[in-house]
Design a protein around this ligand. Sequence first.
Ligand code: ADP
Ligand code: MG
Length: 373
Amino acid sequence: MKVVLQNLTKKFPNRDRKKHEDVIAVDNFNFEIPDGKLIGLLGPSGCGKSTTLNLISGLVKPSEGRIFFGEDDVTDLPPENRGIGLVFQNYALYPHLTVKQNILFPLQNFKGKDKLSKAQMLEKAVEAAKLVQIDELMERKPRELSGGQQQRVAIARALVKMPKVLLLDEPLSNLDARLRLQTREEIRRIQRETKITTIFVTHDQEEAMSISDMIVVMKDGVVHQIGQPQKVYDSPINMFVAKFLGTPPINIFNGQIRDNRLYIGEDAVLSVSGVSERAVYVGIRPEGFILNDEGAFRCALNRVEVMGRDISVVSTNKECLNPVIRSIINAENRADVETEQSGKDAVVRFDLIPAKVFLFDRETEERVDFEVR
Ligand code: ADP
Ligand code: MG
């Protein structure tokens, strides 16, 4: 089922009584979510992710705009008539019911011609439990399950009615790191198997990038960029998006375009064209640095961290806005720095990979295009 968001806006009265203007939690969101895809809704805390999800579910009414499921306008339908499945961060299972009873629960209020027999309900419950691999645990109570298992029960309960749209709000936030990794793979697998259009809310960029067909990056209620994770990473529209995606994060420097060169401090780090002389912010991804003794970009070597296959060279430069510069250097390129590492005033020199370098306007922080000469 495709989901269309049309000029979707939600304003809340300001909780701070002294401020009279409303909080715009979601600001004119337009998006056609393709059928059968997994969409990652991503952004820092308070950016409007949950509100967007709650608008789609019907738990919150929009101030303006419409929502369509397929061709049907569902804006005025209550949540229970939208055919959605919901999963939240806190699993919200009924503690006094068994796993089986929890999963059966949504099926029991079907009325009239939709009413199911006991056997039919059980069949559906077992099917959903199998999908999330908890069919061995059907007789247990929630307290007898781990966090990961409880979240699987919550997912099974959301899936048992075969919703048209599955909405997940930070479903992995209560799980430990290992389970989080495993469960996100599970969600991806289940989504592929069922092909249910799924919207997955998270503040964790890596989580969203790893499982989504498309990501939506939000800030302060405004959608900044929508696209395939790799495309957004490779071509961020502004500095906020560039900074939000990637671990370690992108390194930001003060830079200057002068004489067809990009300068960082005194170092002419790239020959460029197609961009006017101006002050810019320069973003360099950690994987955009190549160690080279003759490299134009000079930084003060701080330390080298071994990361197994790669090494991380940590350095500083007075033009850098991050506390330190983090560069990831692959195995073939690593020999040089190890011999140079000693000494307090050691300098490390880099060449830059142009595709990993972005320029941003100093005022608007929008991306500035350039060509490499
Ligand atoms: P996120 O899920 O991205 O952390 P939310 O959608 O929960 O963000 O909130 C977006 C903004 O709307 C925040 O500024 C939040 O304080 C505000 N907000 C959310 N719900 C309400 C509400 N019921 N009343 C007033 N303000 C709200
Ligand atoms: Mg939220």
